[in-house]
Ligand binder design. Structure first.
Ligand code: HEC
Ligand code: HEC
Ligand code: HEC
Length: 282
């Protein structure tokens, strides 16, 4: 680009200079020749600026850009790591609805009544029971007939708790009968149906075996940390994965590995003045 323009500019300059210099100006004519000079000076200045700009541009694009050290992609480290420095936040998070958003079904996590409690809905009697350490439910399956299912996970804590059941293809399905975990005085401590008065059969998408109650697709994103659905459309199966089962620190704050290595470089940060370390962070 600059190569093409430069000769043309020089030619123009030469022509302009030629125009001024050729006629030997007599003293009476001198004022006549001063006028184009007034016009010419800014023009020459503009040309010079343009040439300088072009030369600079070609120089910049030819030399490599200044290199900055690459920032490593941050990885998820887990709440236990964050807790080593942020104990106060960690203790506030423990026991919160975020931490309890999803848990494996155990004696300490299941709130519902599984001592042969039964619940009638849409002409189906659902029964909740124990089989050793397992939490079982007998209810209508995808074919509409009664089957026994093991509860895999609890979902939420209060004012209700739902239960997830493993189904073929890596699916977890949320049971439509939930536990009202409020106190008895508030009308809780009972099983209830999430769609009261509606006749939802096995063919309905809202039935617990239907797509609307599919955890992988409908719920997991919000209730766990760094969720990857991993759906394979060819085999129509899920191999869903998460960094942490619950809504952990990094679900909100983002993956923390870079922050951690920064913090570790600050040494014993507990002794740090907050304003000082913030200035470093910025
Ligand atoms: C090795 C210690 C260490 C670890 C581990 C650590 N942090 Fe920090 N974190 C710090 C320090 C130091 C600061 C700056 C504190 C300050 O400004 O007072 C900080 C600041 C923060 C802040 C901003 C606080 C503010 O006032 O703006 C957040 C949010 C945070 N950390 C979240 C996390 C999360 C989430 C994790 C886990 C992934 C984590 N930290 C792990 C040391 C650590
Ligand atoms: C868009 C995000 C999002 C999706 C998707 C989602 N949830 Fe939630 N869920 C939340 C939030 C936020 C709360 C807390 C709401 C509150 O306390 O008012 C919550 C609360 C709950 C609770 C109440 C228990 C508690 O401890 O607060 C249950 C049960 C629940 N969700 C089940 C489900 C099921 C089942 C699905 C899928 C069919 C699902 N959620 C999909 C965000 C979501
Ligand atoms: C549901 C989202 C969420 C989760 C989960 C969460 N945080 Fe936070 N965190 C926030 C928000 C929002 C703020 C800003 C609060 C404010 O300014 O009042 C915050 C503030 C902080 C701060 C700054 C200090 C402060 O008190 O203002 C630190 C440090 C922090 N979180 C660490 C953690 C750690 C460690 C965990 C896990 C144990 C965690 N957070 C879990 C959303 C979350």
């Amino acid at each position: 680009m600059s190569k093409k323009k430069q000769p043309r500019n020089r030619k123009a300059n030469a022509a302009a200079i030629g125009k001024i210099s050729t006629p030997a100006p007599s003293s009476t004519e001198s004022s006549k020749y001063q006028l184009p000079l007034v016009w010419l000076m800014p023009l020459v200045a503009m040309l010079l600026v343009a040439i300088m700009f072009l030369v600079r541009r070609t120089k910049v694009s030819a030399s490599p850009l200044p290199t900055t050290p690459p920032v490593l992609d941050a990885k998820f480290v887990g709440a236990a790591e964050c807790a080593t420095c942020h104990e106060q936040e960690n203790s506030r998070w423990r026991g919160s609805h975020h931490q309890l958003a999803m848990q494996p079904a155990t004696d300490s996590t299941v709130l519902g009544d599984f001592s042969h409690a039964s619940f009638d809905n849409n002409g189906v009697t659902t029964t909740f029971s124990r089989n050793g350490s397992k939490f079982m439910v007998r209810t209508d399956g995808p074919d509409g007939a009664l089957h026994d299912y093991e509860i895999g996970y609890t979902f939420g804590v209060y004012p209700l708790q739902q239960y997830l059941i493993a189904m073929p293809g890596g699916r977890l399905q949320a049971l439509g009968i939930a536990w009202d975990s409020r106190t008895r005085e508030r009308g809780g401590q009972r099983w209830f149906f999430l769609y009261p008065g509606q006749k939802i059969t096995a063919r309905d998408t809202r039935h617990w075996t239907g797509i609307d109650q599919n955890w992988n697709y409908m719920c997991a994103d919000c209730h766990s940390t760094n969720l990857r659905k991993n759906y394979d459309s060819r085999t129509r199966t899920f191999s869903t994965a998460y960094a942490e089962i619950d809504v952990s620190c990094e679900a909100c704050h983002g993956p923390g590995s870079n922050h951690m290595s920064w913090a570790k470089k600050q040494g014993d940060w507990q002794k740090f003045d907050a304003t000082q370390s913030l200035a470093i962070a910025l």
